[in-house]
Design a protein around this ligand. Sequence first.
Ligand SMILES: [Fe+2]
Length: 219
Amino acid sequence: MSSASVGVLASKQSQTASIQAHLDEAIEGLLASLPAPEQVSADQRRGIIARYSAVLEGNFIYWMTGAYLAVGSDLARAKIVENLREEVRDCHPGMMRRFALAAHAIPTDADAQSVYRNLMNVRLFIGKLSPVPIVITMAFFEGFIQRFMPYLAELARRQGSNEMEYTDVHGVCDITHTQELFRALEAEMALANGSVATDEIFEGVTLLRTLIRNIVVND
Ligand SMILES: [Fe+2]
């Protein structure tokens, strides 16, 4: 590798490190805003699980597929395919449904309606198929989901459920998994070669954060 390409790689790595720091901060902020489980009423508990299910069950694979269609590097494609294979092979939507069912929190029409607008905004963002912003958004989503699992499991327990396969599978701290995703991001940033506007980089993260707040606080 030439000294010039080493320099480019180093600058991409420092960019992804600052993106990762921004995502970590956004995730910390969301977790800090969660009401303590013992202060959440039974009705609110049901609502949080139901809205989470309404969003995740039918959209996670769809959005990850959007990311697959958007990216151009072999590295990013390989990482995303691995994720999709696991989702489909192990039937994660079915796992999600069993989790909601056992917690008496199957989404109702009203739950779907309450997340409709913010969900639509994320869908429209995914439809733009912008490689770098979409990979950043999915990294944020995966990072949040993983950290949110103990809280979601606690709400389900308080709903009288002991069906925890969904939260067990998604709560595993996988450092390699995250590192791979950020390597995929470096590859996509190298392909984009500076053509991504800074105000577009976190567009999906902002929309998804609003949707997640809608799920947990319903504001
Ligand atoms: Fe999953």
